[in-house]
Ligand binder design. Sequence first.
Ligand SMILES: [Zn+2]
Length: 203
Amino acid sequence: MLLGGAAREAAMLGFHIEPVFSYYAYHGPIFRAMVRLCHGKEDGISNYGFICHCKSCGQSQTFGFAELGQISCGCADRTDATSITVVGPLWTGPLHDRSSITEMLNLAVEWGWAHTSENGVTLEKLLGTMIEESDPRLPPGYIRLDEIASRAKVNSPPLGTLIHSLQKEGYAACRSHIGANAVKTNCPISSCIVVAREIRNLR
Ligand SMILES: [Zn+2]
């Protein structure tokens, strides 16, 4: 919402933005972002759009302004239009610039700040998570572990195991610095459910 507002204001003035980093702090809670204001219009795809979530199957998808009329979910339950929630317009692009965060991490190590921590998370770990979140294959948002578990009707699999299994299947997957028990992945929720069941059945 914050980045979307900045993107909209910038566009009206003939600029575009590139997020450097975005940080969600639990206390508050407060969402902070640093953006680079760049000359000219954004080239290529727009990062300002809508996110729809299907309550029926749990899948989230991103839609641009041009696709507003086509919002639907690919799941079998097409008949029930009320199962789809749409939020936006908001920023749907990357939250961080990977090279800037990598530079921050290198400086933090050099300056001896890497092990300072807040709420039990070291700066090194936070920046490491942000670097993983910068994977351009990842969609906006995250999937809560308990949502996968309840749809799969199994106990929540360990987050690290789930991420590793999704990566082995060829998907991009990582932790989210925003939600502690959540996974960011480009894997459809239907396949996340299959993977979660496989993990539980192996034990
Ligand atoms: Zn659906």
